[in-house]
Design a protein. Structure first.
Length: 151
């Protein structure tokens, strides 16, 4: 099996994983949207719906767009691979990079492009899932000492 084929499978799996959590996030934040599967929205359209209004996930949007671009490039070009430029785009997301490095410590996290993108997908899924939790805002306010009363 060619290494590129294996990379494609890993990227496709990461893309599908993230898409699941993007969809769950959109449902949680917009329950009146209805069934997104019948709307047949693309991944890019879902990412646009996530947008930048919620700071808990807005920082993910550039990485989500890049992941989709990589997946599309791999799907439509047989002789392509995940590049260092792809990896570096994910590592520009400071919170992801810091958490990734901290989790790997004292070792050094892999710099292989596909490994970084899989890590980003896991991070994005976790962040989207956490932001979907109706109690998420309560805990953030409690931790920073703000009132949680809505009256």
């Amino acid at each position: 099996m060619e290494p590129g084929f294996c990379s494609y499978g890993r990227i496709l799996r990461a893309h599908l994983f993230v898409e699941h959590f993007v969809t769950e996030y959109l449902h949680a934040k917009n329950p009146s949207l209805g069934d997104l599967s019948t709307a047949r929205l693309t991944f890019a359209q879902k990412v646009e719906l996530v947008g930048g209004a919620d700071p808990a996930v807005a920082y993910l949007v550039p990485g989500l767009r890049r992941l989709n671009k990589i997946r599309n490039r791999l799907a439509h070009t047989l002789s392509t691979s995940v590049t260092n430029e792809d990896r570096d785009a994910s590592l520009l997301i400071e919170l992801f990079r810091a958490l990734r490095d901290a989790l790997a410590s004292p070792a050094v996290a892999s710099v292989e492009p596909v490994d970084v993108l899989e890590s980003f997908a896991q991070h994005a899924g976790m962040a989207l899932n956490a932001a979907s939790d109706p109690w998420a805002g309560f805990w953030v306010k409690a931790l920073v000492g703000q009132s949680t009363d809505e009256s």
